[in-house]
Ligand binder design. Structure first.
Ligand SMILES: [Zn+2]
Length: 66
């Protein structure tokens, strides 16, 4: 399933960013993993999904990061 490998996931906050990104735009971490699965899009930080997921910034996030 190579199609998801246009993104890598931040190991700190699980934000998904393009592979060429050097620094996480959400938490400024520089630690990423290409071994992730599932994606959730947070549109509002006030949504129930964002609260359950612990996301503070609207973004796309990986559900699992290894
Ligand atoms: Zn991050």
């Amino acid at each position: 399933m190579p199609e998801k490998k246009i993104f890598k996931a931040c190991k700190n906050c699980r934000a998904l960013v393009p592979l060429e990104t050097a620094t996480c735009p959400i938490c400024n971490s520089t630690s990423f993993s290409e071994d992730w699965s599932g994606m959730v899009i947070i549109i509002s930080q006030d949504s129930e999904v964002a609260k359950v997921f612990g996301a503070s910034t609207p973004w796309r996030y990986a559900i699992t990061v290894k």
